[in-house]
Write a protein that binds this ligand. Structure first.
Ligand code: CO
Ligand code: CO
Ligand code: CO
Length: 328
């Protein structure tokens, strides 16, 4: 759902006041956190969606990678998962469902996650994802609310996935672009998360449906800070620029842009296309990490040692909470 529609529904839900709920609905964080005792908390999340690529195995692997990502964004290793499946068993062969589940299960094995159950319903369109839990010390969990003025912002995957997958649905994305997008979506945020917790971060979120600016906005609101982004430093999958220029842009990008428009100022000269690319909804996107300036060099070099391109795309400012400035 678009951030606007979702906010309208969620604002009517009561906030749970149990003192053991460390992270709940009120900060738009990636996963919920429940403290079991002083040394032990459950980090709990769910994600599922309709196919973003044509191959059922890849779809399953991408859905699993994406579902684990909210734990990784909080610096926590996902541990157990339940499959969530909708499938049109009367119109599609069961083999397709087998391949989706195989993709998910192989990715879970790669991540060291045990799938210990699940639930399947008949549905008009295939849907797949997981409910995922990780376990951590309550003090070791990285939320989206700890960003500090002077922090630098690192992004660990390129943007443009929503545009490329929109092009895949219309058979417009090139084969090379398609396989690159699949590779990016199937890359676990596990190593990025491990390095982030090892070096130390102030805040983190993963970039998914609300796009870079939507998720950065949530971080700024939760942390009561502002941010400045340098467009030229933001990594974008090359073909996304070409596709966006020909009008291949997912509807969600426009909804995201509208949602953040009152809080984002673009420098003069930044045209409509780059503005929309910064709002492109990502599937299984990278981590956006807010890290103090004395640690940013170490984190980036540790990323590059394992082949992760951690791009420093800007920093946290003291501007009025939730105010984002984008410069060239
Ligand atoms: Co998330
Ligand atoms: Co999520
Ligand atoms: Co059941």
């Amino acid at each position: 759902m678009s951030p606007k529609d979702l906010a309208q529904v969620l604002c009517h839900l009561p906030i749970f006041t149990d003192a053991n709920v460390l992270v709940g609905l009120n900060t738009s964080d990636d996963a919920g956190v429940y403290k079991v005792n002083d040394d032990f908390a459950i980090v709990f999340t769910v994600d599922y969606f309709t196919p973003v690529v044509n191959d059922p195995y890849d779809f399953g692997a991408i859905a699993a990678t994406n579902a684990f990502s909210d734990c990784y964004a909080m610096g926590v290793r996902p541990c157990v998962a339940l499959n969530i499946v909708g499938f049109p068993i009367r119109t599609l062969p069961a083999e397709v469902l087998n391949r989706i589940l195989e993709g998910g299960s192989d990715k879970a094995r790669e991540a060291g996650v045990s799938i210990i159950g699940g639930h399947t319903i008949e549905d008009a369109e295939p849907k797949y994802g997981m409910a995922v839990a990780g376990f951590a010390h309550p003090d070791a969990i990285i939320t989206n609310s700890g960003a500090q003025e002077g922090d630098m912002l690192i992004l660990t995957k390129p943007l443009g996935i929503g545009i490329l997958t929109t092009g895949i649905k219309g058979s417009i994305t090139s084969e090379k672009g398609e396989s690159k997008a699949i590779e990016v979506m199937k890359t676990l945020n596990a190593e990025a998360s491990a390095i982030m917790t090892q070096v130390g971060a102030n805040a983190c979120t993963d970039i998914t449906g609300f796009g870079l600016l939507g998720h950065l906005y949530e971080m700024c609101v939760a942390s009561k800070v502002g941010a400045e982004i340098r467009l030229s430093d933001v990594p974008v999958l090359g073909e996304a620029w070409e596709l966006a220029k020909t009008g291949i842009i997912p509807a969600g990008a426009y909804a995201n842009k509208e949602h953040v428009s009152a809080y984002v100022t673009f420098a003069e000269g930044i045209g409509e296309i780059p503005q929309i690319v910064l709002c492109d909804p990502q599937t299984s996107g990278g981590l956006l990490i807010s890290v103090s300036s004395d640690k940013v060099g170490t984190m980036v070099s540790k990323f590059s040692q394992v082949g992760i391109q951690g791009a420093v795309i800007g920093g946290i400012t003291s501007r009025e909470a939730g105010c984002i400035v984008v410069v060239e």
